[in-house]
Design a protein around this ligand. Sequence first.
Ligand code: 5GP
Ligand code: ZN
Length: 142
Amino acid sequence: MKDCIFCKIVAGEIPSYTVYEDDVVKAFLDISQGTPGHTLVIPKKHVPNIFEYDEELAAQVFSRIPKIARAVKESNPDIQGMNIVNNNGQIAYQSVFHSHFHLVPRYTANDDFGMTFKDNSNKYDADQLKAIQESIVAKMGD
Ligand code: 5GP
Ligand code: ZN
């Protein structure tokens, strides 16, 4: 897609530190290196966000992530774990609108990555949870 920075990386018009590539995905170092080894996995096909994947593309992309994640983890003995993050929409911190999965190696509790959400479980009773459940199930489709 024209004017998409990740399509330009796929096309080789913008250089990247590629760590894996095949006909479906490209994996390369995130320029920000939130933690050392921070890698992005993207479909080569331009897909803006997770809502636009069909099942086949999802299967193809997701099936490649464990192998790439293992290689990143095994590249550095200091890596203790990994957060895999996929932002969808500006409100959810997406800044590049070509879908991508962040592989963020974790080293210590105080490294440069954080992810928090509140525990609001005390604010929901069973009826409220059931109403939410039903509204989602109603949209599930096939
Ligand atoms: P988002 O905020 O959309 O989830 O993540 C986009 C990521 O793309 C950011 O972490 C940012 O550092 C990375 N990024 C943006 N432009 C480039 C680029 O030209 N090259 C690389 N390798 N990463 C980029
Ligand atoms: Zn694109």
